[in-house]
Design a protein around this ligand. Structure first.
Ligand code: HEC
Length: 297
């Protein structure tokens, strides 16, 4: 009756199979339901209990059946049980994959040469190796056809897909890590909250020299389209971060302002360009045409 697998293989096998199915059907965003979900834990506990009780019930049925058997039947049944369960198929497979000549047969395959007493056997290649080799050939054919002839899938595509994924991940990361900006990556921040924050930075640090409306005092006029140190957002960021020319009074603000604050105040300054300050200082530096940057609101 109970031939084949013993309980200690059958039970875990069923358990893990059911667990696997459950994980497949429960949508838990790639995390393990059994770790995340109380219901899942309870369900698997129940499964385990049911499996154990099934084994117990099967055992009792077997017991009862045994008592109903004739003497001859009992003897046959016990003999059947005696046969220990073995990995017969695994053993057969192993023997097949590692076929070798026995030591006794070696003289049949010894090769007819002798180097200082060292001789050689003409063994067949180990079957596992040969099958691996055939497998490689099959793989190579499939690869050749898919990648080089049909071209339905190739490394360039794979590379581009991965790069796209990475670009999205970087963009996602940058959203939460605004402080990563520097003069080479800074973009005009058009969010009202960023511009408001930039205005606060400007009011707290910059108005003494540039005036509240950016018209200029000790520092140059920031509202005109002339720039001493460059009028692109990246130049402005760089000026604020690294300071102006030596001895002019514009210090490197990177010591006291965070990169995101510099980006915000730089963006705020860009919104001042084109406004009309009360006492504008005469333009200094070179004319810089803003390439479609948003003007003051
Ligand atoms: C102590 C006075 C002083 C303060 C405070 C000051 N600046 Fe300046 N700023 C200057 C001077 C002077 C220059 C001209 C530098 C030069 O000619 O190299 C300048 C230049 C600049 C420029 C470049 C203008 C151009 O034409 O290229 C920008 C942008 C600027 N400042 C922004 C700021 C910001 C933003 C702050 C506040 C975080 C600030 N400054 C605070 C004095 C100041």
């Amino acid at each position: 009756m109970r031939t084949g697998t013993p309980w200690w293989i059958r039970l875990p096998l069923l358990f893990f199979a059911i667990w696997g199915l459950m994980e497949k059907f429960m949508d838990t965003d790639g995390r393990l339901a059994i770790l995340e979900n109380r219901g899942a834990q309870f369900f698997m506990l129940l499964v385990l209990l049911i499996l154990i009780s099934m084994e117990l019930i099967l055992g009792s049925i077997e017991n009862i059946m045994f008592h109903t058997l004739s003497e001859e039947g009992k003897a046959r049944y016990l003999a059947q049980k005696e046969r220990k369960w073995e990995w017969t198929w695994a053993k057969a497979l192993m023997a097949k994959l590692t076929k070798t000549r026995s030591m006794e047969e070696e003289k049949e395959i010894i090769i007819d040469h002798n180097y200082d007493g060292i001789q050689e056997l003409d063994n067949v290649l180990p079957p596992w190796w040969v099958y691996l080799f055939y497998g490689c050939i099959v793989f190579a054919v499939v690869y050749l056809v898919r990648f080089h002839i049909v071209g339905d899938y190739n490394q360039v595509e794979e590379y581009e897909r991965k790069m796209e994924e990475a670009r999205l991940a970087v963009a996602e990361y940058k959203k939460t890590a605004k402080d990563l900006v520097d003069a080479s990556t800074v973009e005009f921040l058009s969010e009202a909250s960023d511009l408001a924050a930039g205005k606060v930075v400007f009011t707290n640090n910059c108005v003494i020299c540039h005036m509240a409306d950016g018209g200029g005092g000790i520092g140059p006029n920031l509202t005109d389209d002339h720039w001493i140190l460059g009028g692109d957002i990246k130049d402005v960021f760089n000026t604020i971060s690294e300071g102006g020319r030596d001895g002019k009074g514009m210090v490197p603000w990177k010591q006291s302002l965070k990169p995101v604050e510099i980006a915000q105040v730089a963006s705020y300054i860009m919104t001042l360009v084109g406004t009309e300050p009360a006492n504008p200082k005469a333009p200094e530096g070179d004319l810089y045409e803003q390439p479609a940057t948003p003007q003051g609101e």
